[in-house]
Every structure is written in C-alpha cells, then in structure tokens.
Design a binder for this molecule. Structure first.
Ligand code: NOS
Ligand code: ZN
Length: 370
C-alpha cells in the first residue's frame, strides 16, 4: 500500500494555548445544539416552558441525558432547545450568541445547521425563520468583527429525515442562496430513515447546482453512506464514521480499503467527524474514549477528515476542546491541526475564491504565528 503524508507528525503535541489560539473551521454545527444553558433557562422562563433541571444544572443535564449510547435518545434532548427557539427574537438571539461563542473560540468560518420546519409553532413562516436566524448571524458577525475576532458564517437548512418536508426545505435553500444560506442537510434518526427518502429534494438541488451534505454512517452503516453518495449525490458526509466497516484492518499488508471506502478517499469526499458526539451515541462499537475513534486511522489513511462539535451544548464541548481531545489521544501537533482545518475550509460551501482567501490570508498565517 502506498504511504500517505498525513500521518501524525513527530512534532511536539500542540499546547492548550496553541489549540485555543489556532484558527478553526466548523462545518458540522447544529444551531439548536449550541444554545447557551443560561439562554435556554431565560427564554424558557419567559415563555413558560418547563425544563428538566434548574438553570445552574442545565448544562450538565444536557450532557448527561445525551450520553445514553443511543442516537434517538440523544435527539430527545433537543425538545428543550427547539421549544425556546419559536419566536423570531429568540431565533435571532440564539444565532447571534452562537456566532459570538464560536468567534471567541477562534472559529473563523462556520456553517450553522438547523431545521426550519421545527420552528413554526409560534406562528412564523418558513422564510421568516430563515430571516430571523440571518438577522442574528449578521449582528453576531458585526459584534465579533468589532471585538477583533472576525468570522464568516453561513446557514445550512436541514430537513428532518423522518418527516416529508425535504423538497420544501430544499426550495427554501435555493430561495435564500444569495441571502446567507449556503446549503442543505438531512438529520434526525438514521436507522429506518435512509437518505433515499429525500431523493426528490436532492435531485432538485442538483438541478439547481446547490450544495448539500447528508448525515450518514452515524447510527447506520455502509448502505446509508452508499446511498448518500451514489444515489443522492452528497457533497459531504455528516459523520461517516461507519466507513470503517469497509476497511479490513486484519489484512497482512496493512489496512485494505473496500470499493466504497476507496471511492470516498479517491474523490476526496469530506467527512464531518464529531468525536465527542460519536462517543455519546456509541456510533462505533466498543469506543470508550476519543483514542478509540476511527478519526486517527482515517487521517492516517488520507481521507479528507474534518473536526467538528456537532452539538456544543449536548456534548459540553467547543472546537478547541475537540481539537485538544485529539491532541491528547493522538499526540497531534499544530501541523496536524492545520491539516484538519485546511481540509474543512477546502470543503466549505463557500465560493472557491473566498475559501482560498480564508486559507491563504487567515488560516495559514495564523498557524505560522502560533
Ligand atoms: O448528530 C446528529 N445526528 C442526527 N441528527 C442530529 C444530530 N444532531 C442534531 N440532530 C438533529 O438535527 C436537528 C436540526 O439541527 C436537531 O433538532 C436534531 O434533531
Ligand atoms: Zn449532526
């Protein structure tokens, strides 16, 4: 097997201070999974929504309740964040605070995904929800710029895979493509809801030359990944960890890739990996810590791997913390972290020239100065 140049470097592990200062790129970040606990408590009180824990225990409650080892149970916790995101001002507030929190953590580019169809209970229309989130993003970006931490942010509109709004949400993506929306996604319980259920939406988006990612290979295996890529035409894979099912680790001459794993590596299809989230939902059997996560192997094999939080609230995490967990588990140095970050920026749903500018004018110089 040919060697790759991406293995963990022999350089010193990055220090916590370097990890914090490093510029980061967040491609897989749920807006309703990154609400500040204090904001959940504050809005819940205003609207009379009953919460399962006292305000000062709420962060812990989410992390604990989301750690059951099952994706459907992990997703149940979103009931409380979605409940406090039904008014335009609350959608805007949550979006603004997310942008500020990401920028303060060193994130220079983020795509925030959320499902508009889950935010209609207060009487907003689909376009109104998108505009409310965009107003919050714009405010957050202006404030972050004034604080010296500029950040570029796009919205990804998600359709829930168990529901039937895929085409409608895809149309919303195209309608708002020049007003802050950079792509589409499907999320929710994966087992029992294959990507193909939303084929009409994906075919529409391809006709419109629009971008999309699909949660696949998180709570279901290779058929889900295969469908997402070969039937639906996904640009990227949300998680995709189960691609390891197509890699033979026992082969005498080193790991041997099956046809699907080879295709994904050869085509440089980005994997949006979320180590802490995957631990909580037991996405990979027998994973006890981040050191057991396939991200180390997939990086060594040269897949286009990126690092993400998925849900900062449910995982009690940040981009810096996810990076630090990888440093602790695999000994990564700043060159490795830069490789993940450049991979993510190359894979962003942003015009090519703008991606290049962020890589050359922001990411590389800031890594060089660490
Ligand atoms: O990792 C995940 N896998 C599948 N679905 C998810 C994940 N994280 C969040 N959501 C789902 O996506 C919706 C829109 O943001 C959330 O409400 C949650 O139900
Ligand atoms: Zn996700």
């Amino acid at each position: 097997m040919t060697s790759t140049s991406t293995s963990a470097t022999t350089a010193k592990p990055a220090t916590p201070e370097q990890v914090l200062r490093a510029p980061k790129v967040a491609l897989h970040e749920h807006l309703d999974g990154g609400v500040r606990p204090a904001t959940v408590a504050d809005i819940a009180e205003q609207i009379g929504h009953e919460l399962p824990a006292a305000p000062d225990q709420l962060g812990l409650w989410f992390a604990d309740a989301a750690s059951s080892g099952s994706l459907p149970r992990y997703l149940e916790t979103f009931e409380h964040t979605v409940a406090v995101m039904q008014r335009a001002e609350d959608l805007a507030r949550v979006a603004k605070e997310s942008v500020l929190d990401l920028a303060a953590d060193g994130v220079v580019y983020a795509e925030l995904r959320w499902a508009p169809e889950q935010h209609l209970a207060g009487g907003l229309s689909l376009p109104e929800t998108v505009e409310a989130v965009q107003a919050g993003i714009d405010e957050g970006r202006a404030e972050a710029r004034a604080e010296g931490t500029p950040i570029v942010v796009g919205q990804l509109l998600t359709a829930m895979r168990h529901a039937q709004h895929g085409l409608e949400i895809a149309e919303l993506v195209v309608q708002y493509r020049d007003r802050g929306v950079c792509g589409f996604d499907i999320a929710g319980a994966e087992d029992g809801f294959p990507p193909i259920l939303h084929l009409e939406a994906f075919e529409y988006l391809r006709r419109e030359n629009a971008h999309f990612t699909i949660h696949a290979g998180e709570a279901f295996g290779l058929p889900s990944i295969w469908q997402a890529i070969q039937r639906c035409g996904a640009d990227r894979l949300g998680h995709g960890v189960r691609i390891i099912d197509d890699i033979d680790l026992a082969a005498a001459d080193g790991p041997r890739l099956g046809r699907l794993a080879s295709y994904i590596r050869d085509k440089r299809i980005p994997l949006e990996m979320c180590p802490s989230s995957n631990l909580q939902t037991s996405a990979v059997p027998n994973m006890r810590s981040v050191a057991d996560h396939p991200i180390g192997l997939l990086k060594d094999l040269g897949f286009r791997v990126t690092v993400n939080c998925d849900n900062r609230l449910m995982s009690g995490t940040t981009m810096s913390r996810e990076m630090q967990l990888l440093v602790d588990a695999f000994g990564y140095g700043t060159d490795d972290l830069r490789w993940f970050t450049v991979n993510a920026m190359k894979s962003a749903f942003l015009p090519f020239d703008e991606r290049l500018a962020l890589i050359n004018d922001v990411i590389k110089p800031r890594y060089a100065a660490l």
